[in-house]
Each structure stands twice: as structure tokens, then as C-alpha cells.
Design a protein around this ligand. Sequence first.
Ligand code: ZN
Length: 114
Amino acid sequence: MGARLRTIERTCCICRSKGDKRTLIRLVAQGGVLVIDDHQRFPGRGGYVHATIECLSRMGQQQRWERALRLKGASLEASQVSRVVMELMTRVRGSVAPSEDRGSGKVHSRKIRL
Ligand SMILES: [Zn+2]
């Protein structure tokens, strides 16, 4: 335990499957506000969700996040979850990557010829 592995796995709060931390989005609650932890550095307990339309579209229940983030007392507003979902959805849709380049080493770059 505690070994510094290159691949840090986290569990998606929505589909419950594990994935490389870098493919997941970390969310934390700060003062009752759900925020996107882009650099995965915010203190506190974070919850992870896959950066996919499938998982994002299913994360709209704030109870799920209150549970995932172990929020006792402080509760999230439903509107906050939907705001975050909206933002992430926009990002995911906006960055339709041509292929998953996970550094396999043999990514034949598909350069667009002009
Ligand atoms: Zn997922």
C-alpha cells in the first residue's frame, strides 16, 4: 500500500467501475458548494466520475454526491449538481478526442492535412 504507482485508480461514483485517475473528474464539496477539482488537489473527500456522457448523464442526483462525499449536515443543492453536470457535459462534448491516446506508445497521429 502507498506505493507510488504511475496509474492511480479511482472508482467512479456512478458506474462503480475503476479507472485511471486521469480519466476521471474529481469533485469536492467546499462549504456546501460542489466544485470541479481540475487539478485533483483540493482538500477534503472527493468523489470521482468518468469524463463520459454516459456517467455524467447519470450523476444528476445530489443524494448520490452527498453520500459519495460523506457530507453530513451540509447538503448540496440539486441545482449545484446540475450546474456541475452541465459544465462537464459541455467540456466532454467540446473535446471529442479523435482517439484515446493513453500513451500506448504507438499512437499513429492522425494529422489533418491542409
Ligand atoms: Zn463511470
